[in-house]
Design a protein around this ligand. Sequence first.
Ligand code: GLN
Ligand code: ZN
Length: 765
Amino acid sequence: MQTHILGYPRIGSKRELKKACEQYWSGKIILQELLNVGRKICNDNWKIQQEAGIDLIPCNDFSYYDQVLDMTLTLGAVPKRYQKILLNKSNTELDLYFAMARGYQKDDLDITAMEMTKWFDTNYHYIVPEFHENQKFQLFSNKIINEFAGAKQAGINAKPVIIGLVSYLLLGKEKEVGFDKLDLVQNLLPIYTEILSKLQEQGAEYIQFDEAFLALDLSEKAKAAFQLVYAELRKKFPKLKLIVATYFDGLKDNLLLATSLPIDVLHIDLVRNPEQLEDVLEVIPDSLQLSLGIIDGRNIWKNNYETSLRLIDKAVQKIGSERIFLAPSCSLLHSPCDLDFETELNPEIKNWMAFAKQKVNELASLKALAIGSDDEKLLLEFNENKKAAELKRSSRLIHDESVKHRVGNYTKQDAERKNNFDVRKRAQQDLLKLPLFPTTTIGSFPQTTEVRNWRSKFKKKEISEQEYDTLLKEETKRTIEWQEKIGIDVLVHGEYERNDMVEYFGEQLNGFTFTKNAWVQSYGSRCVKPPIIFGDVSRPTPMTVYWSKYAQSQTSKWVKGMLTGPVTILQWSFVRDDQPRSETCKQIAFAIRDEVQDLEEAGIKIIQIDEPAIREGLPLRKEDWNQYLKWAIECFRISASGVEDSTQIHTHMCYSEFNDIIQNIADMDADVITIECSRSQMDLLGAFADFKYPNEIGPGVYDIHSPRVPSKEEMLHLLKKAEAVIPAKQLWVNPDCGLKTRHWPETEKALIAMVEAAKECAASF
Ligand code: GLN
Ligand code: ZN
C-alpha cells in the first residue's frame, strides 16, 4: 500500500507567493527574488510531505499563477496577440506568462488578458486555453522538467502532476466556429510524448495525469479520445507508471471506460462519491491499481479514521493491499495550509479540523493503521480521532434544538408568498408609485481607501466604535443625498459597513466561525478566506436593520434593503459535513427570512436578496441538477416569502448563462431580478425574452469593471434593445454589480448619464 498527494497548496502558509507576485508585478522586487520565494515554497511543501512519510510526493503542482496556464505555456499554446511581448528583450518567459494571465499595457502594447473561469465546481479560477483549427503546438516551457529536477535536488523522486491531454482540451475554448477542439488530440500527442520522454530520461517513475472530466458527462468523441491518448502513451512508455486522477464526482457511466484504460493507477474520489468503490471493485482488471481518495481535499474537517478504514478494508479484501494507493480526494489546493497557525479558534472547534498539512499526516497515519501497525502513538491517535468524532456528534456548540425544530417543521407554505405576482405587482404599484423604467443600483458604492482605513483602524481599536459609526453614517448620508440629487428612484445605503458580502453576515450568525489565516487560492494572487459553518445556523439579532433604517431616515425616497441569500452564503463558505448541504442551506434561509421580516417591519419595503452563486452551485452532472435546484430555489423562497404582497423582493445574479435554468429562476418568483448583462450587450436577456419571463427585470446597462464612463446614448441604445424583447413595464434600469470596486468620479458621471437615459426612455412612452 502506498500513499500519495495529488497536489499541495502553493500560496505558502503565510501567503508568501501572493505577496512576492504582487511585488514583482509592481516592480518592487526582481525576478530572482520571486523565483527564490517560489523555490522555497516548493521545498517547504516537499519537506512537510517527506517528514510525514508520504510515499509519492508531487511536483509541478506548484504554479506562479495557475496550473492550466502553466500547461498552455508548456505546450506553446500562446495566443498570437502575446507574441510581441518577447520582442522586448528584457521580458522573460515568466513575463509572457503573467501577461497572458493579467493582460499587458507597456511598450505601446495594450493586450487583454486571457479569459478566466471556474475550475469545475470549486471557487478556484483557471485561465481558459484558446484553440484554433489545426493549431500546432511545441514544447515551449521546461517548467515541468525543471520542477522535477528541483525535487531531485531536494532528494525526492517526485511524481510530476500534469493536466491530462483530454482534460486540457476540454478545459479550453474554440476561438472560431467550424472545428472541434478534440480534433487537436493528434497535434498535442507529440508534445506530451516529448515531455514524458524527458521526464523518463531524468528518472521519473510515476506520472499523474489529472483527468477530472472522466467523472463528468462525456461525449462519445471525448470517450474515444481518452482511449486513443492512453493507448498511445502506453505504447510509447511501457515502463512509466501512469496514474490517471479523477475527482469531484464519481465515474458513474464512465466506469468501464476509466477502468479499461491501459494505465497503472486509477484515482477515484471517495469523498464525493463513496458508493462508486463497490462498482469499481466489481470491474477493476488485475492489471490496474486503485488510488482511494478518502481524505476530503475540499473541506477543513478531520478525517474520520473509522469510516476511512472501513473503505480501505473493503478494497483490500477485494484486490489486496499491494494494489492500493491512499490519497486525499483531490488536490489539497482547495484546503488552507496549516491549522497550527490558528491560535485564536475555539479549541473545541479546532479539534474537529484539519488543513493541508494535517491532512498529509492523517494520510500517513491511515496507511499505518490499515496495514496493522501496533505503534502505541498511532493507536493513541486513532482513539483521539474517534473521540473527537464522538464529541462533535453531541457538541452543544453544534446542535441547537430550536433550529432543528424550526427547520424540521418546515411546510410548503414557508416558501410561498401570500399571493401570486400579478396581485403583488398591483399592491406594490399602489405603495411604491415608481415610474416606468425605475432606476436603482445593485447595492454597494465605492469603498474608498478612507472607508477601508476606518474599518482597519476600528478593528485595531485605533478609533472607537462611536467614531467608526459616525464616519460610516456620514458616508451613508452623503451617498443617499447624492442619489436623491441625481434622481435615482430606489436608493441604496452603500454597504460601507461591510467587508465582504458573506463574511459580514457570517460574523453575525450563530454556527459560523472565522480563521486568521485559512486562505485558499481563488485565482492568481487572489486568495479567499471562507467562513466556516460548523453548527446549526440561527440569527441572534437583526444584522442590517440598523443601517437600512438609518439610510431610510435620511430620505423620502425608497431605500432598498440589502442581503446576501442563503445559497450564496452556503456556497462561499466551508460547510459542515455531518448533514446534507441542503439542510444547512435551509437553516440559513430561515435566518435570512427573519432579517427580511425585520427590515419590512422597520419600514424597508424593497429588499434585495443577492444570489450570485446559485448557478455556480449546479452539480457537475446534469442528472443531479434538478435535485440541487429544487432545494436551492426553495431556500431562496423561504428567505423571501415572509412578507406582505406590497413589499417588493429583488434578487441579483452575476453574469452567467441563464438559458438552461431559466424556469428555475422564474420559480424563485422574485418581484424583480437584476442581472449583470452589459458585457453581453443584452444578449443574456434573450433567455428571459424567449421564456416570456413574467416578473420584472433589471439588466445591467453598463460595465462597472473598468473606469470607462459610458455615454447616455450607449445606455439608451441598450435600453431600447432590452425594450425590444421585454415589455417596458417590466424593465428596470441599473448598472452591473460591484460599484464598491470603482472610484467616485467615474461612478458619478456614469450614473448621472444612466438616469438621463432612463428618463428619456420613459418619456418616449
Ligand atoms: N450587493 C452586492 C454589490 O453591489 C452584490 C455583489 C455581487 O453581485 N456579487 O456589490
Ligand atoms: Zn453581481
